[in-house]
Design a protein around this ligand. Structure first.
Ligand SMILES: Cc1cc2nc3c(=O)[nH]c(=O)nc-3n(C[C@H](O)[C@H](O)[C@H](O)COP(=O)(O)O)c2cc1C
Length: 399
C-alpha cells in the first residue's frame, strides 16, 4: 500500500519514526511529508533513511513529477502524526502553502490524524471546532491520549502510541477477505529440556509465524497463535487485538495445544520450527562436568510428526499448511519440498531456503508455496509480512 505520513512540529515527532518503521516492516511504501517546523524536531535525513524515499516540505522540489498533487493522488492512506493544533487549523481551513497542505487537498484516500498538544490547546474552542469540522469531512481522529505531557503537565493531549495509530489506520483500509475463517498459526522454535537449566533449541525467531498471524487478523480472520520460543520484539508484535495467544515450550506441548485448537479450525498453519528429536531422558539435576568427564553423549528420541498427525485427523474442509526450512538449493530444494508435502499429507507446503545467513532471524524472507501435485502455486520475496500475505492469498486460492 502507498502510505503518506505527514509529520508536524511537536516533540512527539520522534515517535513517528517508529510508526514509519512499522509500516515499512509490514511491506508498505511510505512517503514522509513533514512540515518545516517538524524538521526542527526530527531532521530530514532520518525520514529519508527510514522511509527509503526522498523527503521535502516544499511544493517546488521535484516539480517534474507534479509532487504537490501526485503524492496525494497515489496515496491509499494518509496519516498525520503528530498533528499540531496549527496543522489541524490549517487542514480545517484548507490551507495549501506547503507539500503536506497540497497533499491533503489532493487525496481521496482515508485521512487519519493523531493530535498531540498541551491539554489547554486541545480544549480550546478553536481546536474543538477544527476537530469537529475535520470529523464532519470524514477525517479519522485517533486520540489524543490522557497522560504526562511535555514540561511536566498531564491531561488529554498525548500522542497515541505509534502502534495503536498504525493499527487504527491500517484497519480502515484492510482487506477483510479472511473474515469468517478460524485459523490456527504456530510460531517460534520449540525447546527440549536436557536438564533444569539447558535445552536443545533452534534459531527460529518466530518472525514469520507472528507475521502470518497478524496478517490473518488484519484480514478479518479469528486467529489463535500458539507460540513456542520467540524473540522478545516478536512477542510484543504478537500482542494484537484479534489474536488469541497461547505459549508452549516443547514439541509435545505444542502438539497437544495445536491438536486441540485445530479441532474447530478452518486453516492450520504450522510455521513453528519444531524439534525433530528430544532428549530420551531429562536429567532431574544439572548435568555436570564432574560426572561426564571429557565427553557427554546424549541419546535423543524422535518427536511425533505433528503436521502428519493433524493431516490424518483433519475435519472436512480444513486446509493444512506446512512449512519446511531447507538448506538445499535449486531443484533439490523443490524436490525435497514436494516429497515432504506428500509424506505429511499437507495441502500446501511453504518452503524456504535457510542457512547460516538466510531465513532465520532475518527480516526478509523468500519462499515458494507448493500445492496439489507438487505445483508451485506462488513465489514471494520481501518482508515477512509480504510473504505472509502471499501465503494467505495462496490459502484462499486453494480453498
Ligand atoms: C518544544 C516545542 C514543542 C511543541 N509541541 C507542540 C505540540 O506538541 N503540539 C502543538 O500543537 N504544537 C507544539 N508546538 C508548537 C508548534 O511547533 C507550532 O505551533 C508550529 O507552528 C507548528 O507548525 P506545523 O503545524 O506547521 O508543524 C511546540 C513548539 C515547541 C517549541
Amino acid at each position: 500500500m502507498f502510505v503518506v505520513v505527514g509529520v508536524t512540529g511537536g516533540i512527539a515527532a520522534y515517535k513517528t519514526v517508529h510508526l514509519v518503521r512499522r509500516l515499512i516492516g509490514e511491506g508498505h511504501e511510505v512517503h514522509v511529508v513533514p512540515t518545516a517546523d517538524a524538521l526542527r524536531f526530527v531532521g530530514l535525513p532520518t525520514w529519508e533513511a527510514i522511509s527509503r524515499n526522498p523527503v521535502t516540505t516544499s511544493v517546488h522540489d521535484d516539480v517534474a513529477t507534479v509532487r504537490h498533487v501526485s503524492l496525494g493522488q497515489r496515496a491509499d492512506l494518509v496519516i498525520v502524526a503528530p498533528a499540531t493544533a496549527n496543522t489541524l487549523a490549517r487542514m480545517a481551513a484548507g490551507i495549501a502553502d506547503d507539500l503536506l497542505g497540497t497533499t491533503l487537498l489532493a487525496t481521496t484516500a482515508p485521512v487519519v490524524v493523531a493530535p498531540a498538544m498541551h491539554a489547554e490547546m486541545w480544549r480550546h474552542p478553536a481546536t474543538v471546532a477544527n476537530i469537529e469540522t475535520l470529523r464532519a469531512r470524514g477525517v479519522h481522529v485517533v486520540g489524543p491520549a490522557d497522560g504526562p505531557l511535555t514540561g511536566g503537565d498531564s491531561g488529554p493531549g498525548r500522542l497515541v502510541e505509534p502502534d495503536d495509530i498504525a493499527d487504527a489506520a491500517l484497519a480502515l483500509v484492510a482487506r477483510r477477505d479472511l473474515a469468517g475463517l478460524r485459523v490456527v498459526v504456530t510460531a517460534g522454535g520449540t525447546r527440549e529440556p536436557l536438564d533444569p537449566v539447558r535445552f536443545l533449541g533452534n534459531r527460529s525467531s518466530g518472525r514469520q509465524g507472528v507475521a502470518l498471524a497478524r496478517a490473518a487478523a488484519d484480514r478479518g480472520a479469528e486467529v489463535t497463535l500458539i507460540v513456542a520460543h520467540v524473540d522478545a520484539d516478536v512477542r510484543a508484535d504478537a500482542a494484537h487485538t484479534g489474536i488469541a495467544l497461547s505459549a508452549v515450550g516443547t514439541a509435545l506441548e505444542l502438539q497437544e495445544r495445536v491438536t486441540d485448537a485445530a479441532a474447530t479450525a478452518d486453516v492450520v498453519v504450522m510455521a513453528a520450527a519444531v524439534a525433530d528429536y528430544r532428549p530420551a531422558e531429562v536429567a532431574t539435576s544439572k548435568l555436570t562436568k564432574e560426572a561426564n568427564a571429557g565427553r557427554l553423549v546424549l541419546e535423543l528420541v524422535e518427536n511425533p510428526d505433528i503436521v502428519a498427525g493433524l493431516a490424518a485427523a483433519r475435519p472436512a474442509g480444513q486446509t493444512i499448511v506446512a512449512f519446511a526450512a531447507e538448506t538445499a538449493t535449486g531443484d533439490e530444494l523443490l524436490a525435497r519440498a514436494r516429497r515432504k508435502r506428500e509424506r505429511k499429507g499437507a495441502d500446501l507446503l511453504v518452503v524456504n531456503e535457510v542457512g547460516w545467513e538466510r531465513g532465520f532471524e532475518q527480516v526478509e524472507n523468500e519462499v515458494r508455496v507448493i500445492g496439489e501435485g507438487g505445483a508451485v502455486l506462488a513465489a514471494a520475496t520481501g518482508t515477512k509480512r509480504q510473504v505472509a500475505d502471499a501465503v494467505w492469498d495462496a490459502v484462499l486460492a486453494s480453498r
